[in-house]
Write a protein that binds this ligand. Sequence first.
Ligand code: NAD
Length: 537
Amino acid sequence: MQTREQSARPPLPHTLLLGNFYAGIAQVSSGATFERRNPAQHQDVVSIAPESTAQELRSACVAAREAATAWARTPAPQRAEVLGRLVFLLTRDKESLARFVAREVGKPIREARGSVQEAIDTAVFFQSEGRRLYGQTVPSELNEKELFTYRRPLGVVGVITAGNFPLAVPSWKIIPALLCGNTVVWKPSDDAPGTAWLFFRAWQRAGLPPGVLSIVFGGGKDAAGQFLVDQVDAGLLNKISFTGSTAVGRKIGEVCGRNLQQPSLELGGKNPLVILADADLDLAVDGSLWAAFGTAGQRCTSAGNIIVDRRVLPTVREKLLRRARALRIGDPSNSEVDYGPMINQRFMEGFTQQRATGLDGGAELLLDGRRILPGDEPEGFSGDAAQGLYAAPRIFDKVKMDMRIAQEECFGPTINLVEVDGMDEAMAAANGTPYGLSSALYTRDARAMLRFKEEIGAGMTSINNSTTGAEAHLPFGGNGWSGNGTRESGIWVLDAYTRWQAVNVDLSGKLQKAQIDVAPSARPEADDFEAILPPAR
Ligand code: NAD
């Protein structure tokens, strides 16, 4: 029987019933399924998807191999035509897609719109790349001989994605992989299967030929994700492109390494944001709040450590505390909220655990963020604490770089304040974790900016801007524990989805041997050097 409170709620939206799609057709799965629930409204079952078997993943990869030759032979400008239609569809449906993203993973609607826009921008960029995909002409050392380079597709790419950017991150991978002439088998995050399905449908409607992109649902360990990686050992995949945690990326790297393949691994971060004594402090606090609490801290580029010069730390501390207390948390469909719910229970548990880890390590709680429970909602809260997974912001003070909380990624709304004295200490702290994804520096000093850009180990650096905020045509990726050096986005990602082929064409009609049949150049005699300068008098 419904309570009065339940019957007063608006009716729940429809549940999407999802199925695998490979070999160009919708597949009937007879096995287990899993549910994805709205993290802001637990009663709302957003989608139900199959928990795919090892055999299904294998079949999807076999089918993708069969589709690979025809797609690779399709001229690149024609492949890119699909992207033009994709741009049209995503633009037309931007608002409904953004609302779905907000419902499925709890991203505030303004950010959800931005993540759809990122997919659109990526498609725009790569549509025109279909008319370039340049190779080179290279001069030969021999007459009547020409040298060329060509980009060739790799074959079949297995794509595995995380759920915190359920449209943007898959678009960074799938768009260039397909444009370059590969076929793709995609295992999306079990946190965002519905968004993945809508993106897949958009590709279909855009006219992608059957079998070129396949979607197979399921979990990670001992499930669809792992079964997809197994296809590397089985010889059915030419590459894995993965975005997710460092722990899983490491395992995938091992499998690919023993098969002499280079995966794309976009992993976790513990990103430093440095505030020097001469910084515009209001700007720096704006950037810190956005970097640490935006998307409830569930971004790979979230600011993990806020490293502050001791001369301005009291002011920064006071401003951060005041602003963090005033954050508006709640319903992600409300365009006024600063952040919405945690994406899943696992991230909430990690956030809860970080509190104990910080206190055990000797850090001090300046703001005690915990799960928001019914009856204990902060002022301005607009969510349903009984139905949603919400976390209040946390600020740790007196954090030292050798503490666990300064070293380990925490996917949640939390700030570590680290005190330093001057640029040398700031630089050491900023480079003081094994990660190297993003970084930021706030200062007015041009020499400090130059030094930071030169010495920081991260793959991405912002000057007077927060650690987050990628643009679709700049390389995105990290070093150290944040990735294996491959990059997403812009022209740089082309190297991740193509192999270079070197071709020489000899028109001389005789066997010409490089290095051997080259006419010897005149060797200078020792006397030639003396003649350059007149003898000193
Ligand atoms: P995760 O590694 O647990 O899962 C990511 C994906 O991998 C999911 O699709 C999951 O089902 C799958 N998976 C899990 N275990 C697997 C296994 N053993 N074999 C194959 N697939 C497996 O990541 P998460 O915790 O869900 O996501 C958050 C992490 O992702 C954070 O560390 C974050 O920093 C990172 N991330 C990185 C980027 C980036 O671009 N660098 C972007 C977004 C998220």
